[in-house]
Design a protein around this ligand. Structure first.
Ligand code: WTA
Length: 645
C-alpha cells in the first residue's frame, strides 16, 4: 500500500462544526451504549410527531426484524414542509437548474406546500389512499419531488423508477409492487437530447391492467400518444385543486417508499423503507455529515431515481428546512465546466457527487474547473463507489482548492442513509477512506467463519445492530430480505461489501464481494445482465463479471456461449447489447463481449466466476486451483482470446 496522505481536521472547520471530535466520541458512545436515551432525544429534536412514541427500538437480527418508534405517528410532509412555514414560507426550498443553462427556477417553501397539497388532493381524487403504490417515472424536474411528497402526504407508497430504465424494466417494477397510478412527463431532457418517457410508459403499461391513471407533466410539449381513459395532463388535474390537504397521520413503521435495487441473484428487489426511522436518519445525517448550517445551498447531483436522490435531494434537506438544488442535466453539457458554473451561479456551498463523475471531469482537464470561482464551496461529498485516491486528490485540490473537506459517504439503498463517513469537524480525512461509523451504526468485519475480526484487518462488512433507517422488507417477498441480508452471517446484517479497518479504526471500503457490479455508481446484478443476454435466441449461456474501468469504476465483461449453428459476428454483438438495453436500460450496456466456446465449470456444473473475473481483469498469474474444473482446457482458450481493453 502506498503511503496515505492524511488531511487533519481543519481548526477552522472544527471550531464552527456541529460535531467536533470530542462531541462525536461522546455522541457515538451514547448512541451504542444507551440507544434508548440517544434515539429518543434525536427523534424528538429532528422530527415533529403527531403522536409521541414510547417505544424506541425492538429488534431481532436473526430474523431480520426491527421496529423503531413503532407506536409513534407522524407525517413526512408535515416534517418536510408544514412545520417550516411559519419561519420559511418565503425561503427557497428547491432551486431547479434546467438542462439548458438559461433555464432555472426557485420554489419557496410556500410554493412547495401549495404544489404538494394540490397534487396530493389530485391523487385522492383519483382514488389513491393510504398504502396504495404509486410509480414515479420522471425527469429531474420539481414535479418529481412534488410527486414523492404528495404520496407521503396521503400515505401512498411511492416507487420511483429511474428515467433511464427501459419500458420492460419499468413494466417489471410496476407489476412487482402492483402500482395503480403512474406519474411521468411527456419527455425528459438531458444533455440537449430528449428521452421519450411517456412513450416508455405506454409500452410498459401494455401488460399492467391495474394502472388506472397516468398523470403526465408537460415538460417539452413533444408529440406523445394518448389513452383518453387513462391519461391525464398533470396541470389540468392539479391546477384546479385546493392548496389545503389534510396530511395522513402515519405510524412510524408504515411504509414510505419502495425502491428497486439489484442484487446478486434474480430480479431486482423492492427495498421497503418506513416512515419514522428513515426520515430521522435522512434528516440527521444530512445535518451532521454535511455540517449543514442555516442558509447553506446544497447540491446533490444524483437522480431522484436512486436512493441518494431520495435521501439527499428530497427528504434529508427538506426535513432540515434547507435549500436543495435539483439539476436536470448532465455534468458535461454544454461542456465540462457545467457543474462549476452552476456552483457559481447559485452560490452552492456543498457539492455531493459520485466518483465516476469526478474521474470523467478530471480527464477533461483542469481548465474547465479553474476558470470558475467556486469560492462559495465549503464542503465536498462523494458517494456510490469507492473513490480512488487519485480522483480524491484532484477533487480536493482542484475542485475544492485544498480548502474543502471531502466526506466519502458509504451507504446503500438498504441502509437508507449514511452509515460510514467522516464528519467534517471531527475526523481526519484520508483519500479513499470512508473513516468512521455514523451515530448508532455498529459495523463489524467478519472472517470466512463468520467470526468478528478485532483491531486492524479485512473482512466482510456487516452490522451487528439495527439502525433506524434499515431496510424493513423486500416488497412482496419478505423471506427474500431475510435470505439476502440476514442469513449469510447469523445475527448480522450483511452488506455485500468488503472492508478493511486500519490501525486508527478507520474503515476503507474495498468493494462488493458478491456478484453485484458497480458501473458508474449504478448497481447492477450480473444475473440480470446474463438473463438479458440469454433471451437472445443465439445464446446458449452467458457469464458476466466486472473488471476495473478508468471512468466507470467497473466495466461489464460478458462471456457468451452460442448455440450450435450460430457464429459470432459484429451484428450479433450489437444485438446482444441491444438486448441489455431493452431489458434493463443503457446503464447495462456491456463493455466487452467475448465469444466463449465453453465456460469453466466445476464437475457439478457451477460456473467458476472467480476464474472468469481474473481473466477479465488480466490477473493471469494467479488463477488459483483449476483442477476441479470439468474441462480445464476451456480456461486456456478463454485466456488466449481475451479482450484487449
Ligand atoms: C457502493 C448508493 C465505497 C457499495 C448510496 C455499496 C460505496 C453500494 C460508497 C450501494 C463509498 C456506495 N465507498 N463504496 N462511499 N458508497 N458504495 O444501493 O458497494 O446504489 O454496497 O447506494 O455502492 O449502492 P446503492
Amino acid at each position: 500500500m502506498s503511503e496515505v496522505l492524511t488531511r487533519p481536521v481543519s481548526e477552522q472547520v472544527a471550531s464552527s462544526a456541529h460535531i467536533s471530535a470530542s462531541k462525536y466520541d461522546e455522541m457515538y458512545r451514547q448512541s451504542v451504549e444507551q440507544p434508548q436515551a440517544f434515539w429518543t432525544e434525536q427523534a424528538n429534536s429532528f422530527l415533529q410527531w403527531d403522536k409521541p412514541f414510547t417505544q424506541v427500538v425492538e429488534e431481532d437480527l436473526n430474523r431480520g426484524h426491527c421496529a423503531w418508534f413503532a407506536d409513534g405517528q407522524l407525517n413526512v410532509t408535515v416534517n418536510c414542509i408544514d412545520r417550516h412555514l411559519p419561519q420559511r414560507a418565503n425561503q427557497t426550498a428547491i432551486i431547479w437548474e434546467g438542462d439548458d443553462p438559461a433555464d432555472s427556477e426557485t420554489i419557496t417553501y410556500q410554493q412547495l406546500s401549495d404544489e404538494v397539497n394540490r397534487l396530493a388532493n389530485a391523487l385522492r381524487e383519483r382514488g389513491i389512499k393510504k398504502g396504495d403504490r404509486v410509480c414515479i417515472y420522471m425527469p429531474m424536474i420539481p414535479q418529481a419531488a412534488y410527486a414523492m411528497l404528495a404520496c407521503a402526504r396521503v400515505g401512498a407508497v411511492h416507487s420511483v423508477v429511474f428515467g433511464g430504465f427501459s419500458p420492460d424494466a419499468l413494466n417489471n417494477r410496476i407489476l412487482d409492487s402492483d402500482c395503480t397510478l403512474v406519474i411521468t412527463a411527456d419527455e425528459g431532457v438531458r444533455g440537449g437530447r430528449t428521452i421519450p418517457l411517456k412513450q416508455n410508459v405506454d409500452k410498459a403499461l401494455a401488460t399492467c391492467p391495474n394502472v388506472h391513471s397516468v398523470l403526465v407533466v408537460k415538460r417539452t410539449g413533444g408529440d406523445i400518444g394518448w389513452h383518453a381513459d387513462r391519461d391525464i395532463w398533470y396541470h389540468e388535474l392539479v391546477d384546479k385543486q385546493s392548496t389545503e390537504c389534510a396530511p395522513e397521520s402515519m405510524g412510524a413503521e408504515d411504509p414510505l417508499f419502495i425502491l428497486y435495487t439489484s442484487g446478486s441473484t434474480g430480479k431486482p428487489k423492492g427495498v421497503l423503507h418506513t416512515t419514522g426511522g428513515y426520515l430521522l436518519m435522512a434528516a440527521m445525517s444530512f445535518k451532521y455529515t454535511f455540517d449543514y448550517k442555516e442558509g447553506d445551498i446544497f447540491w446533490c447531483t444524483a437522480d431522484v431515481g436512486w436512493v441518494t436522490g431520495h435521501s439527499y435531494i428530497v427528504y434529508g434537506p427538506l426535513a432540515n428546512g434547507a435549500v436543495t438544488l435539483m439539476f436536470e442535466g448532465v455534468p458535461t453539457y454544454p461542456d465540462a465546466s457545467r457543474c462549476w458554473q452552476v456552483i457559481d451561479k447559485h452560490q452552492v456551498n456543498t457539492f455531493y457527487t459520485a466518483p465516476t463523475a469526478i474521474r470523467a471531469l478530471m480527464g477533461m482537464g483542469d481548465h474547465h474547473v479553474t476558470n470558475s470561482d467556486r469560492s462559495s464551496l465549503k464542503l465536498l461529498g462523494s458517494v456510490g463507489e469507492p473513490i480512488n485516491p487519485e480522483a480524491w486528490e484532484w477533487y480536493y485540490s482542484v475542485v475544492g482548492d485544498g480548502r474543502c473537506p471531502i466526506v466519502d459517504t458509504w451507504w446503500q439503498t438498504e441502509t437508507g442513509a449514511h452509515m460510514i463517513t467522516p464528519l467534517p469537524g471531527a475526523h481526519n480525512l484520508k483519500p479513499g477512506c470512508a473513516t468512521k461509523p455514523f451515530f448508532g451504526v455498529q459495523p463489524v468485519l467478519l472472517d470466512e467463519k463468520g467470526e468478528e475480526i478485532e483491531g486492524a484487518g479485512e473482512g466482510a462488512l456487516a452490522m451487528k445492530a439495527s439502525w433506524p433507517s434499515m431496510i424493513r422488507s423486500v416488497y412482496g417477498d419478505h423471506q427474500r430480505m431475510v435470505d439476502t441480508y440476514f442469513s449469510t452471517f447469523k445475527g448480522y446484517y450483511f452488506t455485500g461489501d468488503g472492508a478493511r479497518r486500519d490501525a486508527d479504526g478507520d474503515y476503507w471500503i474495498t468493494g462488493r464481494i458478491d456478484d453485484v457490479l458497480n458501473v458508474s455508481g449504478h448497481r447492477l446484478g450480473t444475473a440480470e445482465i446474463e438473463s438479458a443476454i440469454v433471451l437472445h435466441p443465439a445464446t446458449a449461456e452467458a457469464a458476466v463479471v466486472g473488471y476495473p474501468h478508468d471512468i466507470k469504476g467497473q466495466g461489464i465483461y460478458c462471456y457468451v456461449m452460442l448455440k450450435e449453428g450460430f457464429e459470432p459476428s459484429e451484428e450479433l454483438r450489437k444485438e446482444l447489447i441491444a438486448m441489455c438495453n431493452t431489458e434493463i436500460g443503457p446503464i447495462a450496456k456491456p463493455d466487452v463481449i467475448q465469444w466463449a466456446p465453453g465456460l469453466p465449470k466445476t464437475r457439478s456444473g457451477k460456473i467458476m466466476r472467480r476464474i472468469l473475473r481474473k481473466i477479465a481483469c488480466n490477473e493471469l498469474d494467479n488463477l488459483g486451483d483449476t483442477s476441479t474444473l470439468a474441462d480445464p482446457s476451456v480456461v486456456d482458450t478463454l485466456i488466449e482470446h481475451r479482450a484487449n481493453k
